[in-house]
Design a protein around this ligand. Structure first.
Ligand SMILES: NC(=O)C1=CN([C@@H]2O[C@H](COP(=O)(O)OP(=O)(O)OC[C@H]3O[C@@H](n4cnc5c(N)ncnc54)[C@H](OP(=O)(O)O)[C@@H]3O)[C@@H](O)[C@H]2O)C=CC1
Ligand SMILES: O=C1Nc2ccccc2C1=O
Length: 300
């Protein structure tokens, strides 16, 4: 368990994502707004989900805001994470310029967590904003109380070190990265460095191995699934949690939300965790930001 809580003091547990798959779905169906997503989120809140992950670029903040309002849950019982997006090469709205639009869409006067969505900035572009400049404004947003916690996403060790300057009163509290047995380090040493420096690692893509067609990892997950009477998804999410990493997962299926979130009442033993580590390492796979990280030869 991590040290974070909602404003009302509820422990921060795994999160429900409303990521690019929802954005893509809306685009395919030519929807400006998805009532299906609002309904799914309301069902999720009804089922006990209290942590929702969105991002400016997903175009799902409006649905999150409406679902929380319509569910009747108290705002202080929810944890909302969103992400500030900047262009890699061209001009971007700065964090201080975009925050009020984010708060309006989410129908709230504070965020629990704001992340820099990615660290990839073209240093040769005169108009793009550097990560240090973004972080300066993130510090201001925390001081102003518009954001309770500030963090980053897809940052490697060198990127994190750039934000460790004494200039910044607040260092990153979270680093949200891709993590699963077949990608145990999004970039070299990032999980250990984050954890050694008190940064809570959040995982996206935790269920990636479920998309594999075959392999020893899947076979072992099947075996564990029958032995423990848990789904493969629950085992992957529990594995992540036992690494001290907080999973963010997503599904379009309300039944799966209930199941996927029931991972706090069982434990994998050390041998099972080691076996998942070993078999994952035999089948390396990166699902997201493949071009940005292609220079790393090994993924685990
Ligand atoms: N910071 C960043 O750069 C990124 C952040 N994210 C965040 O993380 C969230 C999760 O990321 P994502 O990689 O999509 O998530 P997951 O690894 O959780 O995978 C989700 C996929 O798994 C399927 N799934 C869910 N539950 C089950 C189950 N019980 N059995 C079988 N299949 C299942 C879903 O399909 P179905 O809908 O059919 O159930 C969906 O296609 C995103 O929504 C976003 O909020 C994601 C990517 C990058
Ligand atoms: O949810 C997400 N899906 C993505 C795909 C590529 C890059 C970022 C993301 C997300 O944040």
């Amino acid at each position: 368990m991590n040290k974070y809580t909602t404003k009302s003091g509820r422990p921060l547990t795994l999160g429900l994502g409303t990521g690019s798959k929802w954005k893509d779905y809306k685009r395919e169906k030519q929807l400006a707004f998805s009532s299906e997503l609002v309904d799914l989120l309301k069902n999720a809140i009804e089922a006990g989900v209290r942590h929702i992950d969105t991002a400016y670029v997903y175009n799902t903040q409006t649905e999150v805001g409406i679902a929380i309002k319509e569910s009747g849950i108290r705002r202080e019982d929810m944890w909302i994470t969103t992400k500030y997006f900047h262009s890699r090469v061209g001009p971007s709205k700065r964090p201080l310029e975009v925050i009020d639009e984010i708060l309006t869409q989410l129908q709230t006067d504070y965020l629990d967590l704001l992340l820099i969505h990615h660290p990839f900035v073209d240093k040769n572009s005169e108009t793009s904003i550097s990560i240090e400049e973004m972080w300066r404004e993130f510090n201001q947003l925390k001081t102003q109380g518009k954001v309770r916690e500030i963090g980053v996403s897809n940052f490697g060790v060198a990127d994190l070190k750039k934000l460790s300057s004494a200039e910044f009163a607040f260092k990153p509290a979270f680093n949200q990265i891709e993590f699963h047995p077949s990608l145990q380090n999004q970039s070299p040493g990032v999980v250990k460095f984050s954890q050694d420096n008190g940064i809570l690692v959040e995982a996206y893509g935790s269920l990636t191995p479920l998309g594999f067609e075959k392999g020893q990892l899947l076979e072992y997950l099947e075996e564990l699934s029958s032995q423990l009477n848990r789904t493969k998804a629950q085992i992957l999410l529990r594995y992540t949690l036992q690494k001290g990493i907080l999973p963010i997962t997503t599904t379009k299926n309300s039944e799966r939300i209930k199941q996927n979130f029931e991972i706090y009442d069982f434990k994998l033993d050390d041998g099972q965790i080691e076996r998942i580590d070993e078999l994952g390492a035999l089948q390396e796979h990166r699902e997201y930001f493949t071009k940005d990280f292609e220079h790393y030869s090994s993924l685990v």
